[in-house]
Ligand binder design. Structure first.
Ligand code: PLP
Length: 391
């Protein structure tokens, strides 16, 4: 039995999403910018997809959704586009220390261009304090970017509170909702976000497509230049099939969202509690409640990420490390480091992310195998067995 517990990395495409795409890759191949029948057909499909996504976000205007190639591109467009557009007013950006690299490295690139960036840290549970965000705001702050849920721990940030702060000061507020869109209800109005990034392949849609929600009136300059596609915000002939596939995946995700969240929460808790109870020297990373229901990040004292992942992989079980780890390195993820975790003390950290296909039998298989695997790794590494009091 192969067990895939890496849904925060990517998900299998829903057959319905693929079916929805196929006609646009075959006969309906028109360019959505052409004015003839083929073009109009493509335009209609594209705008229909846009409508689905706008309505899933609670956006008032369909045109506030800009299709892009990925969550990464959406983050880059949001950060750089908004920071550049407001450059005359100020060059200070606020974000968090635990963002995805699409945001962190967009900020680093802004720093190279002379912007100043504040990386607000998190507490031991991975939570952010809106007051810390408030304290970091300056007169010259133009953009605040805080993720909706962390991809490594699943911890959910209090966006509405941060959005309120940004709005009071006339600062553009961006959120990376790549891990939450399609998994929990999102309403751009109540969250107070001006820019929101999402991605197709995390929600059983196609890879290589994402979108950026742009609140009407938000100033943002494009990253690429060309024609007037996406109203000049993202030039390039639109990928109609991918947009249609994404929209179909969104419709299906919304239809089953609450039931599915509850189903995976029960399985996740079964897995997490099973591990914490059966294996000494283990510890949950991330707040117990304020978390995505599908995600569990656990440290295993006396081990390292790579050994754990490879041992599980040999058994046909796919999980992820906190971050992409270099071979043999115990370098912790920037997220876990910000939470005060140290690999020398806490050991390897594994992210288990469950999804639509996850079953109880799969969870029990992992629970059956893991204690033995961890024991073997600990013995091979000659590390002292953890004290029972560790937890
Ligand atoms: N932001 C977060 C929080 C993510 O988890 C990911 C994907 O891992 C991305 C952005 C990047 O999305 P994409 O893979 O579509 O570029």
């Amino acid at each position: 039995m192969r067990v895939y517990l890496d849904h925060n990395a990517t998900t299998p495409m829903r057959p319905e999403a693929l079916e929805a795409m196929l006609p646009h890759l075959r006969g309906r191949f028109g360019n959505a910018n052409s004015i003839h029948g083929w073009g109009r057909e493509a335009r209609q499909a594209l705008e229909g997809a846009r409508e689905v996504i706008a309505s899933a976000l609670g956006a008032r205007e369909r045109d506030s959704v800009v299709f892009v190639s990925s969550g990464t591109e959406a983050d880059n467009l949001a950060l750089k586009g908004a920071a550049w557009a407001a450059m005359a007013r100020g060059r200070h950006v606020v974000t968090t220390a635990v963002e995805h690299h699409a945001v962190i490295n967009s900020c680093r690139s802004l720093e190279e261009q002379g912007f100043d960036v504040t990386y607000v840290s998190v507490d031991g549970d991975g939570l952010i304090d809106p007051e810390a965000v408030e304290r970091s705001l300056r007169a010259e702050t133009t953009v605040v970017s805080t993720m909706h849920a962390n991809n490594e721990t699943g911890v959910i940030f209090p966006l509405a509170d941060i959005g309120g702060l940004a709005r009071d000061r006339g600062v553009v507020f961006h959120t990376d909702a790549v891990q939450t869109f399609g998994r929990m209800a999102i309403d751009v109005e109540s969250l107070g976000v001006d820019l929101l990034s999402l991605s197709g392949h995390k929600i059983y849609g196609p890879k290589g497509v994402g979108a950026l929600y742009v609140r009407p009136g938000t100033r943002m300059v494009p990253l690429v230049h060309g024609g007037q596609q996406e109203r000049g915000r993202r030039p390039g002939t639109e990928n109609v099939a991918a947009a249609v596939g994404l929209a179909r995946a969104v419709e299906l995700a919304l239809a089953s969202m609450e039931d599915e969240a509850e189903r995976v929460r029960l399985l996740r808790d079964r897995l997490e509690e099973g591990i914490l109870q059966r294996i000494e020297g283990t510890r949950r990373n991330g707040h117990r409640e304020r978390r995505l229901p599908n995600t569990s990040n656990i440290s295993f004292q006396g081990t390292d990420d790579e050994s754990l992942i490879l041992a599980l992989d040999l058994e046909g079980i796919a999980v992820a490390a906190g971050a992409a780890c270099t071979s043999g390195s115990l370098e912790p993820s920037h997220v876990l480091r910000a939470m005060g975790r140290h690999p020398e003390i806490d050991g390897g950290a594994i992210r288990f992310s469950l999804g639509a296909g996850t079953t109880e039998a799969e969870i029990d298989r992992v629970l059956g195998l893991l204690p033995g695997l961890v024991e073997r790794i600990r013995a091979a590494q000659g590390r002292p067995q953890p004290a029972p009091a560790y937890r």
